[in-house]
Ligand binder design. Structure first.
Ligand SMILES: [Zn+2]
Length: 463
């Protein structure tokens, strides 16, 4: 066999589409896929949020028309309790994106409205495949985190949650499925030209739309797309990080390393205003495993937050700084331990925690956008494993520092999956600056110094 040769990103995307096409189903059959509408396709600009479209928009004027899984897989996110913010709140959240010139991660998550993510596992010669279905009117009652779904199985119905029409309360405007298709953490076709993008998705849907007769199972030459005219085999490679790379997990590479001095300066500037998000116990500054950068072997990843232990269920969790809620997931139901293990097996095989697996591990969570803070950058905080959210906590809501968001729990943890109500109780809290957790990449002693500085003025709770 000839030595593998490197493929262009376009050749690689077509090869992936060819391999997946035989089992593929269109996620919404209301109309043909919008291959001839570049604005509805990946790589189209989205000026309103200073970003690039990463998915395909399937327009459908029938609210509730079925949205189905494109391949067999396992549900990893089922966020069905989203409520649209008011127009003014929405405008203020998007003003931050405009000022930054990019859509922050959790703002993008908010713009998904009610959404489902399906993990299709690691597919031979393709990679780790994940699909996302956004703006649903509702997530089907039977669809829960951890459950297995078949290609063609209904996940929810067409809606407009997370769109401007949804915000305006217009039941008929902007009804569509926004559908993302990720391979190894990046949307298929990222960075390709308009015509190349069209060709990749046409290949993906060629059997599902009847453009070509669907082959009998077992008759597909899976290697078709993987050989050039000389018969040499190509070696698919992970694409470069870029727009649409899944980032809530902090997997986005740093443009340049953040130094200890920079992290300390940011922490010191924030320390005047910061409130300890859980005062159940002292801030765990002496336990490296409770701080960012600690290894998390069970998911082949790195801890990016602070774990505030708390032995009592239902203790308050409060906002660490004033800001606007952008994500508020309060309807999380833990998968079974076995379902959870399956998703973590994929992380082990990849040697990293996939972005939406990390979202699953948050359980019930709130993300608060603190805007752009002088001398620091764009600041977002996240509160995970909550038992429940306080009533009224929803995207768009302004909260003051110290204002209650919800209560301590163990949702998303092993104890949560095991239905052990009083085990593993803690707040997992993250502080992100310009899309990366504070102190990313620093050694343990430096990380401790940064978080000690952050909480230096926060009262008598530190050790
Ligand atoms: Zn944690």
């Amino acid at each position: 066999m000839a030595a593998p040769r490197e493929m262009t990103p376009y050749q690689q995307a077509v090869a992936v589409a060819s391999l997946l096409a035989p089992g593929f189903v269109v996620p919404n059959d209301c109309r043909p896929p919008p291959l001839d509408s570049p604005y509805s396709m990946p790589n189209a600009p989205r000026a309103y949020r200073s970003g690039v479209h990463a998915g395909v928009d399937f327009l459908c004027s029938t609210a509730g028309h079925p949205v189905v899984s494109v391949l067999d897989g396992q549900v990893v996110v089922a966020a069905g309790d989203y409520q649209d913010p008011t127009l003014q709140e929405w405008n203020e959240i998007l003003a931050v994106a405009t000022a930054l010139g990019a859509t922050p991660d959790y703002t993008l998550a908010m713009l998904s409205g009610r959404y489902v993510v399906v993990d299709h596992g690691i597919i031979d010669d393709v990679g780790h495949v994940v699909s996302l279905y956004a703006h649903l009117d509702a997530v089907d009652p039977g669809i829960g985190v951890g459950m297995s779904v078949d290609a063609g199985q209904r996940l929810g119905g067409i809606g407009n949650t997370g769109t401007r029409a949804g915000v305006l309360g217009d039941a008929y405007g902007q009804l569509h499925l926004h559908w993302n298709f990720y391979v190894d953490g990046q949307y298929l076709g990222a960075g390709l030209s308009e015509s190349e993008t069209r060709a990749v998705y046409a290949e993906l849907f060629k059997y599902a739309t009847g453009t070509e007769p669907r082959p009998e199972p077992g008759t597909v030459d899976a290697g078709t797309g993987l050989h050039d005219q000389d018969g040499d085999s190509f070696a698919p490679r992970p694409g470069p990080a870029g727009p649409g790379t899944l980032t809530p997990s902090g997997h986005r590479p740093l443009d340049e390393p953040v130094s200890l001095d920079q992290a300390l300066e940011a922490a010191t500037r924030l320390s005047d205003d910061i409130v300890v998000p859980s005062d159940c116990q002292a801030v765990p500054l002496r336990w490296p495993s409770a701080l960012p950068n600690a290894p998390r072997a069970y998911r082949s990843g790195t801890h990016q937050g602070v774990d505030f232990g708390c032995a009592r269920l239902g203790q308050p969790v409060v906002a660490a700084l004033a800001g606007r809620v952008v994500m508020a997931v309060g309807d999380f139901e833990d998968p079974s331990p076995r379902q959870r293990s399956r998703l973590l097996d994929t992380a082990a095989a990849l040697g990293a925690t996939p972005a939406y697996t990390l979202v699953m591990l948050y359980g019930n969570y709130v993300a608060v956008d603190h805007g752009i803070i002088d001398g620091v950058g764009h600041v977002v905080s996240l509160y995970a494993h909550l038992d429940g959210l306080d009533s009224g906590i929803r995207p768009g809501l302004w909260v003051e520092a110290g204002e209650r968001l919800g209560t301590i729990g163990n949702s998303g943890t092993y104890a949560g999956a095991s239905r052990s109500a009083d085990a593993g109780l803690h707040l997992h809290w993250e502080l992100h600056i310009d899309g990366h957790y504070l102190g990313i990449g620093l050694p343990a002693a430096d990380t401790r110094a940064v978080y000690t500085a952050l909480f230096a003025d926060a009262g008598g709770t530190q050790q």
